[in-house]
Design a protein around this ligand. Structure first.
Ligand SMILES: Cc1ncc(COP(=O)(O)O)c(C=O)c1O
Length: 436
């Protein structure tokens, strides 16, 4: 027989078994190609990808402008290391991204530090906050997800699975509840409870002048796609100012036009001290970063942080093309408009399903939460069943929430009205099929 090349290419079961189980899997699909909102598998099926690779492909799969920028830069040089030389896309990105600072302060110069993953950007934010304040503690929020490296994992509480059997983690991390209107008696009560819990932490567990930073997601991601009360970030800003604490917003999942503004923080008037970015930043190439005032960033001494690949030239070229696409195709406005359309039609479709406790969303960051009659007993089984039914109808979705009780919908921002309507129809049919 000819060399085993054919077997290697097509024996998916054997090949899949070669991947360790630490990569939890939603599907067994093997992709042939992906373009725009669609994934095509090796067996010729087409799926509407409303997972966006967990919120990454905001410009759609393989946007032609992003692909062209990648190819062109790869020809000019792939790895042009940051400690050794400057490269043009990196210089340009360091000029352009700070201009996107959400709610910038007057007379403040902002800068950028680039790394490779969301977790790595969180690590950078933690080190910067410690260095700039000479303090060592952090206050984070229950249900938050910030990544799986040791520092980032220490801030994470969206599920015990991320922490179990890995203790001890980084010390000095304290948690307040994330204001979760559905589960905390509405927006006002949730905000009051959260701010009271922070006061309680200050009175019982950690002195405010030991706290380097609040680290918070402007919209809770893995923890359930929860939109906090409007006053949340401003209230944190006020407490932070009172005690010399920094406010670090983790925009890894909520940023890059996802919620209808470039950063979700822009739905408020709070001006953060550190902005953590990844996922949508380079349309799928591994790139992440933090934005912060230069007065803070300049306190990190040369060599005290960094990495071999941070600010990779090809990834920076993809990031510049991503910014161009977001601007020229007006993706923030598009996310807002399509998000409103999807939210209202999903609410209509879900109205008769008593186990759908809430349909919520901001822009194209949407979720359905399943709970029993009292609306508070989580029903992860229904979320799982909905994913399976939607997949059987060729629509890919993800779950989220501490118990896996919510289904999140993360369309690419280039998706069309027809695709949105198709997804809503499929979700509606799937709700009926699972008897929710
Ligand atoms: C809000 C948030 N922060 C940080 C991370 C970690 O990013 P990464 O998986 O690239 O390390 C994620 C990933 O889902 C996230 O959603």
């Amino acid at each position: 027989m000819d060399h085993h090349a054919t077997d290697v290419l097509t024996d998916w079961d054997t090949l899949r078994a070669g991947i360790p189980p630490v990569w939890a899997r939603y599907t067994d699909l093997v992709v042939e190609r992906a373009s725009g909102s669609w994934i095509e598998t090796t067996d010729g099926e087409r799926y509407l990808d409303y997972t966006c690779g967990i919120g990454v492909t905001n410009t759609g799969h393989a946007h032609p402008r992003v692909v062209a920028a990648i190819v062109e830069q790869a020809r000019q040089g792939i790895h042009l290391q940051q400690n050794i030389v400057y490269h043009q896309p990196g210089l340009e990105l360091h000029r352009r991204l700070p201009e996107r600072y959400p709610n910038p302060r007057a007379d403040t110069a902002y800068g950028l530090f680039l790394s490779n993953s969301g977790a790595e950007a969180v690590e950078a934010a933690m080190k910067l906050a410690k260095r700039a304040t000479r303090r060592t503690s952090f206050i984070c929020f229950r249900g938050g997800f910030h990544g799986r490296t040791h520092g980032a994992m220490s801030l994470t509480s969206s599920s015990v699975k991320y922490r179990a059997h890995f203790e001890p983690l980084v010390g000095g991390v304290h948690f307040a509840p994330y204001p979760y209107p559905l589960r905390m008696g509405g927006a006002d009560a949730a905000l009051d409870a959260t701010m009271a819990a922070i006061d309680e932490l200050f009175a019982t567990v950690v002195a405010p002048d030991d706290v380097a930073a609040f680290v918070v997601e402007p919209v809770l991601g893995e923890g359930g796609y929860v939109i906090p009360p409007d006053g949340f970030l401003p209230a944190l800003r006020e407490v932070a100012d009172r005690h010399g604490i920094l406010l670090a917003v983790d925009e890894v999942q909520s940023g890059y036009a996802r919620t209808g503004r470039f950063f979700a923080t822009e739905w408020t008037d709070a001006s953060p001290d550190i902005v953590i970015m990844a996922k949508g930043i380079a349309s799928g190439l591994p790139l992440s970063g933090i934005l912060a005032p230069r007065s803070l960033l300049d306190q990190l001494a040369p060599g005290s942080h960094g990495g071999t690949y941070g600010g990779n030239a090809v990834a920076c070229a993809a990031a510049l093309a991503t910014l161009d696409v977001i601007d020229e195709e007006r993706l923030a406005e598009r996310a807002h408009r399509l998000g409103e359309r999807m939210l209202s039609s999903l609410r209509e479709r879900a109205a008769d399903h008593r186990s759908v406790a809430e349909v919520r969303g901001r822009g194209l960051m949407l979720a359905l939460e399943f709970a029993d009659g009292d609306r508070l007993t989580p029903r992860p089984d229904l979320a799982r069943a909905l994913l399976a039914e939607a997949m059987a109808r060729n629509v890919l979705l993800l779950s989220c929430g501490t118990h896996g009780q919510a289904v999140r919908i993360i369309p690419p921002l280039v998706t069309t009205d027809d695709e949105v309507d198709l997804a809503v129809a499929v979700i509606g049919d799937s709700l009926a099929a699972i008897g929710a």
